[in-house]
Design a protein. Structure first.
Length: 408
């Protein structure tokens, strides 16, 4: 793979690897160049970038320029038609500039006279398919955060470098770029911080303070809290089922209705060994809303789950998990399209980004007849357009075939 160079006006050219491995010097360089446009040399004559700030300075691609970058470039982003962002209208998602996006959330966060613990109905059910959706539901919000955090992309340099500490950092940075009404998403979101045994009491104090602040407005109006975390276990309590999240005290249990538990288990069934145990090679990440129930315990109201591999790469079937394992072991570069609030079959399972000037879609034909038919229609389009693609028909062979060779 070619070395990705960034040309900084009057300051020289630096590789992306150098910028990543020398964060302090990189911040100084970005500060000196603020207000000018560095040039990404992934293609000739180059594509302009700009310098934005979250908690730190970083390089950002110019809006709508993602597909113009080389597929192997970190600034590359597929055309919107190749990911779930294409299902939303401008009412649901609107660009705020400086890398920020305003989201119309379909799940109400303000509690206005509702009975505590009463079920919350999403504005647009997951089962419904619209030409364009006018709001973003919990699955879409989780996928938006995951994509903005960069965890649906992979290159071999990431191996053994993705841990919860990185997820915590980049997930919160992504949340800062998403605006719900007038506030960044972090005004409503809690993410458990990485656990340190020698700081257990301090961490617990910060959690309690965060819950107090997130659960009401400055004027005292009650709010639902958004919580993101990795599922530790499902437990049965006197009040019914509950879930425990990693990096929270083992005694902290969030009560959940049985129908929500059944829905979660059904949508992620391939990752479970039995009714309460995940396969050890999978992780189940959840995004949920909760509020205090009358008995003072925290009660889950709605949730969505996303299965990932140990490297935090999202997968939506056992077949995808097998392909991801192959891709990682063979040190490939790839992008995982996320469906957001749409159906996963609307998009390729993966896009190889190390095969030259164009991405190569990977298609897995599996599942029910309707899903298989959708993928076969897309495959027919590839063939009509003489576009390279890779196909695994899981009904014909148990393991995926050989992958296409990467570009030299």
């Amino acid at each position: 793979m070619q070395t990705m160079l960034i040309e900084f006006p009057q300051l020289g050219s630096f590789s992306r690897e150098w910028l990543e491995e020398n964060p302090e010097q990189a911040q100084e360089l970005l500060a000196q160049c603020k207000g000018r446009y560095p040039v990404c040399k992934c293609r000739e004559p180059g594509l302009p970038l700009y310098i934005a700030r979250r908690n730190r300075l970083y390089l950002a691609r110019v809006p709508n320029s993602g597909p113009q970058h080389a597929p192997c470039c970190p600034s590359y982003e597929p055309d919107r038609s190749l990911c779930g962002l294409s299902i939303y209208s401008a009412r649901a998602l609107s660009d705020c500039g400086e890398g920020r996006v305003a989201v119309k959330l379909g799940v109400p966060l303000t509690i206005r006279g509702e009975r505590a613990g009463a079920p919350v109905t999403s504005a647009q059910p997951m089962a419904a398919e619209h030409r364009f959706r006018d709001s973003v539901e919990l699955p879409g919000l989780l996928h938006l955060l995951w994509e903005r955090a960069g965890f649906n992309r992979w290159n071999p340099r990431m191996r053994h470098r993705r841990h919860y500490r990185q997820v915590y950092k980049y997930f919160l940075e992504a949340a800062e770029t998403i605006q719900i009404r007038r506030y960044p998403l972090t005004r409503h979101l809690y993410v458990p911080e990485p656990y340190a045994p020698d700081q257990a009491l301090e961490i617990e104090a910060r959690r309690q303070r965060a819950f107090r602040e997130l659960s009401q407005t400055a004027s005292g109006v009650p709010l639902r809290i958004l919580v993101f975390g990795r599922l530790r276990s499902i437990v049965e309590t006197a009040a019914g089922p509950g879930l425990r999240l990693a990096h929270l005290p083992n005694e902290f249990v969030i009560g959940m209705p049985r129908d929500k538990l059944a829905r979660l288990c059904h949508s992620t069934a391939f990752a479970w060994l039995d009714a309460r145990s995940l396969h050890p090679e999978f992780q189940l990440l959840v995004l949920l809303t909760m509020q205090r129930a009358p008995h003072a315990h925290w009660q889950l109201e709605d949730l969505t789950g996303m299965v990932t591999t140990e490297e935090y790469l999202p997968v939506f079937s056992i077949e995808e998990a097998l392909v991801v394992k192959r891709l990682v072991l063979e040190e490939r570069h790839f992008y995982k399209p996320l469906p957001y609030d749409g159906r996963p079959t609307r998009f390729p399972n993966f896009l190889l980004t190390d095969c030259g000037e164009a991405t190569v879609p990977l298609e897995i034909v599996a599942g029910n007849a309707a899903d298989a038919a959708t993928r076969r229609l897309r495959i027919a389009e590839y063939e009509a357009n003489q576009q390279r693609y890779w196909l695994w028909d899981a009904s014909e062979r148990a393991l995926p075939p050989t992958l296409l060779e990467p570009a030299a």
